[in-house]
Design a protein around this ligand. Structure first.
Ligand SMILES: [Zn+2]
Length: 212
């Protein structure tokens, strides 16, 4: 637990062990294949998915407990949502790998995103915010567990339409497969984080110099 504390402090992961260094939800979602402190895939179960969304502040505690009840009533439907999420993530990771290597987005993936978006009915609603202002929110007309896919899908779509596309990178470390958006001012960020891979690279370079 001491180790995760240091990583949380460095902004690498959140308290649930999910990576937060991607630069936006879509990339943090892609990086959810691993979860610090767990051996299984970060989204191996429906409960993991609820934890992931809660830890990214996309799901309120009361909504999460409602969905938890739903899991007992209809585990098959919840498992289908997990499979949808895992398929979406696999396709998106391939797109990110392509982008980082300088390839364009596969048009098949765009079609997949569009057909998934088409499956959601939504409406706009003006809601008060915590800071006393107002916010125009997109509300999904769906109470079932399928609604959990929407915020992720939405941010993937927003990402694909943004200038983050050409700033997509994979970590320069050979044994790390994390993605991030290179928002550094000089555009030279190479590592997922300086607290982990960047530091390891510095230590390795130092040891190499000692050997020479
Ligand atoms: Zn890395």
């Amino acid at each position: 637990m001491a180790r995760i504390g240091a990583l949380v402090k460095a902004g690498v992961v959140n308290t649930e062990g999910y990576y937060t260094l991607g630069g936006r939800l879509a990339l943090d979602f892609a990086n959810s294949r691993e979860r610090i402190g767990r051996e299984l895939d970060g989204l191996a179960s429906f409960e993991d998915l609820l934890t992931f969304l809660k830890s990214h502040k996309l799901l309120h505690e009361d909504e999460a407990s409602e969905l938890h009840m739903f899991l007992f009533q209809n585990p098959t439907r919840c498992q289908q949502v997990v499979e949808t999420i895992l398929n979406l993530r696999a396709g998106f990771c391939q797109v990110l790998t392509d982008l980082a290597a300088g390839w364009p987005v596969n048009p098949d993936f765009l079609e997949e995103i569009n057909s998934r978006l088409e499956g959601f009915k939504s409406y706009l609603r003006l809601e008060p915010t915590d800071s006393g202002g107002m916010e125009l929110k997109t509300i999904i007309d769906e109470d079932g567990p399928e609604k959990l896919v929407f915020p992720i899908l939405r941010d993937i779509a927003d990402f694909l339409g943004s200038d983050h596309v050409e700033k997509t990178k994979t970590c320069a470390s050979d044994d790390c497969n994390l993605y991030f958006i290179n928002l550094s001012r000089n555009g030279r960020r190479r590592w997922c984080s300086m607290a982990t891979c960047g530091n390891r690279a510095k230590v390795n370079a130092y040891l190499k110099r000692q050997d020479a």
